[in-house]
Design a protein around this ligand. Structure first.
Ligand SMILES: Cc1cc2nc3c(=O)[nH]c(=O)nc-3n(C[C@H](O)[C@H](O)[C@H](O)COP(=O)(O)OP(=O)(O)OC[C@H]3O[C@@H](n4cnc5c(N)ncnc54)[C@H](O)[C@@H]3O)c2cc1C
Length: 421
């Protein structure tokens, strides 16, 4: 079931591409664990790569809401392609377009508009939900920073050309100054392969198999100071700013999950109408009708919450969605989507469990959305904090005394702690 509003032009294009180009090959990318390079040209041509980039930098200046409408259509057909569209409009790109310098925006925009999905590198083996416990360092050395450390589960690591890497900024005197974002450009096919940047491995994931989830190792990776994204609050409180930008990505992730659920709902409906048991279509059994009604209600509720969150970012392309609306929408939509897709699979019986039906892939794909980009538990912490009106440890400024990288320095305020949420 759909919302009743007429489709936007972009939505119509997305629906057409999804049905004619993306759906037919979704199983292939999954089976072969391949990035869907063949879909990128169509995304570029439709203006879906970098559609949130302001017109002044060559994009459409699309709002988060307009972008979400496109993402849902694509997610119904191919989760992998939808994920590319999210990362090519939100995430690292959003942070750079919000907080980057003029030169950074002018550098990054054409690369994305030409088809790159930027990667955002926050998570480390020892710093997942507790993101500010990251230990990757960026030490100032004159006109550059030198990065050392390891990131893992970096979506698109190895296929992306642009990376926004988060690291602890260490001043010339060895003082931990907080957390900043560092733009690194890598394009080995064109001989752009910065020394000290290694793609050290790829996870074997249960779903979204065409998307590399990579381990990145930085060994004396040099980044010029002009590539540093300094958040408005400076480095010391900057991670919270960067997470504010990241809220758009959460709306995107929730929208993919909801879109996958909407796609699974359509498949389940068709299955019920077309499969007969006990001499009648499955659609005539009330037990299944009620399941379908609940699935439809969940998808609809998720869509409304996501649209509310997306609209809170405003009509232009530069605002951020409200943090609490976003947390609520991502939490609800991702958990609901997992249940909806699971129920759809159930309606297919053994065929759903086998490898020939799209619903099996959707079931594996949708599972990650309560984990990646802020887990359901961290979002609950954030919501509880909003409801109670108190700060939880994960959001409390100055809660953790961050160790100075080169030993304690007297009289320096501790850096704030912030969860990936
Ligand atoms: C497919 C995928 C793609 C990803 N892409 C990226 C990417 O592009 N860039 C990037 O930087 N990261 C990425 N991540 C990493 C992701 O952001 C982290 O997995 C996530 O933040 C959780 O960290 P963790 O896996 O280390 O789990 P942990 O932090 O170890 O948490 C384990 C469990 O404990 C729970 N938990 C932790 N702390 C609390 C608490 N305070 N209260 C209650 N429960 C708690 C968590 O919710 C979780 O259920 C990706 C992850 C996945 C699965």
């Amino acid at each position: 079931m759909e919302t009743l509003a007429p489709l936007t032009d972009d939505q119509e294009t997305a629906r057409h591409l999804a049905q004619t180009l993306f759906a037919p090959r979704a199983a292939e990318w999954d089976r072969e664990r391949r990035y869907c390079w063949d879909n990128i040209d169509a995304l570029v041509e439709a203006g879906f790569m970098g559609m949130t980039i302001p017109q002044a930098y060559g994009g459409k200046g699309a709002s988060l809401y307009e972008t979400a409408l496109v993402i849902e259509e694509i997610a119904k057909a191919c989760t992998l392609t939808a994920r590319i569209v999210v990362e090519a409009n939100m995430g690292g790109l959003g942070a750079i377009m919000a907080y980057g310098t003029e030169a950074q925006k002018k550098f990054v925009a054409p690369i994305v508009l030409a088809g790159d999905k930027p990667a955002i590198a926050i998570t480390e083996p020892g710093a997942g939900s507790a993101a500010t416990e990251m230990t990757t360092t960026a030490r100032r050395r004159g006109d550059r920073y030198v990065l050392n450390g390891t990131k893992h589960w970096i979506t698109g690591g190895g296929v992306s050309k642009l990376y926004l890497i988060f690291a602890r900024v260490v001043g010339e005197t060895g003082m931990d100054e907080g957390i900043g974002g560092f733009i690194v450009h890598r394009d080995p096919a064109r001989g752009i392969d910065p020394a000290g940047f290694a793609v050290a491995g790829r996870e074997r994931t249960m779903g979204l198999c065409g998307m590399p989830e990579a381990t990145l190792v930085f060994t004396d990776l040099e980044v010029p100071v002009e590539n540093v994204v300094v958040p408005p609050s400076g480095f010391r409180h900057g991670f919270a700013d960067l997470m504010t930008a990241y809220n758009a990505q959460r709306v995107g992730a929730g929208t993919i999950a909801m879109g996958v659920a909407a796609g699974a709902l359509d498949l389940a409906r068709d299955r019920l109408l077309n499969r007969e048991q006990f001499g009648r279509p499955l659609a005539e059994f009330q037990g299944l009708q009620w399941m379908l009604a609940d699935m439809d209600t969940s998808v609809h509720a998720a869509r409304l919450m996501l649209h509310e969150a997306a609209r809170s970012a405003g009509a232009g392309s530069t605002g951020f969605p409200d943090r609490t609306l976003t947390a609520r929408a991502k939490l609800f939509s991702t958990e609901a989507a997992i249940k909806v897709v699971n129920d759809a699979l159930q309606m297919f019986g053994a065929r759903g469990y086998g490898g020939e039906e799209a619903v099996e892939r959707m079931y594996r794909d949708v599972r990650m959305f309560t984990i990646g980009g802020g887990t359901a538990q961290i979002l609950r912490n954030q919501l509880a904090s909003a409801v109670l009106g108190i700060k939880t440890p994960q959001t409390r400024d100055g809660y953790t005394v961050a160790a100075d990288i080169d030993g304690p320095k007297p009289g320096v305020a501790p850096a704030p702690q912030h969860a990936f949420g």
